[in-house]
Design a binder for this molecule. Sequence first.
Ligand code: RNT
Ligand code: ZN
Length: 422
Amino acid sequence: MALSTSLASAYALARERYAAMGVDTEVALATLARIPISIHCWQGDDVGGFESTGGTLGDGLAVTGNYPGKARTPSELRADFEKVLSLVPGRHRFNLHASYAEFDGRRVDRDALTPAQFAGWIDWAKDQRIGLDFNQTYFGHAKVERGWTLTHPDPGIRRFWIEHGIRCREIGAAFGRALGTPCLTNLWIPDGMKDLPADRRSPRERLMESLDAIFALRMDPNHTVDSVEPKLFGIGAESYTPGSHEFYLGYAVSRKVLLTLDAGHYHPTEGIADKISSVLCFLPEIALHVSRGVRWDSDHVVTLNDDLLAIAQEIVSGGYLGRIRIGLDYFDASINRVAAWVIGTRNMLKALLVALLNPVQALKQAELEGDYTRRLALMEDAKLLPAGAVWEYYCEGQGVAGDIAWLAEAQRYERDVLSQRS
Ligand code: RNT
Ligand code: ZN
């Protein structure tokens, strides 16, 4: 594609400016083009899924807003996501939840799911040439009794959810086999206590046993890898969660599964960026749920803020690109959902680009030499370097609309497709 002249000259100037800082923009862009983002399916339909199990979302999750046009069927969700893919540069993945099963008239409960209920998703992913990731769904179901699943005191209920955990790992493996790219199967449970527990120990010990039963069977890592996702609190679980950070960190390290760090799952001023290089001392690989909490784990659309830039910077400057599976986790039902998807994904990519354009070598050198004045000066001066011109050049080269321009396309889709839905 021929570049517009003003874009080409803006990029040429940017390239020179970065070169003067010892940064090669071409290398940065080639690297960025190879980073897949695992984009969550649940932004498209407010975490609804397609099962209608009699459960309500609740169970530790809340979506607010009633903007019109949400996807009501798997084919609508797929169509909406195809639109998203056309507005985001690079090649990405789709992250499904078990509640997005398709039953074709023969309903099965969550403890009996098989890859058959996901055949439509696999065919579509093949067609789109994208990989799939997966999640057990431990919410929105009548058996999330008193808010408990894998930690429930009743062994029958625990067994049901253990079976679900195992079935989902098998489905994840089927995704990986069919698509030739390993699926991340991520486990999060809402279990917890609204008020002060009398017994913090037993639920944790039950959780450990339940998880051991789920992960007992080894799976080929070329097909699926497992991850566990801690959370310090939740709606209705304000006082205690058995699956806390320490619990799952210990579990992941001792059982050799991945740990998923969700940006919204910690105390309000506690970021996940600084955790990355610590946990990667002890785990070969981790996963991220990049999200944005506002006052609580509210899962707002990811914006290009300091937290996001810090996460991207840690991934890049730590040399961890091959060891971190970057996924998104947010759901806003108060704005156009396709646009919400696009904004958050483009922001993740922009943050990675800014990190890739950072004069990391020069910064590390200044630090090694103990020249902290130079380190701070470089860090600050790098902030206004023309990353925007590099981003626009990248979008155009990838055949994707640039900033502002993409919105017109999303609005056209809203007018022609989304607004026709009742
Ligand atoms: C909940 C967790 C979890 C969910 C999704 C829908 O707090 O972050 O990852 O958001 O599985
Ligand atoms: Zn999450």
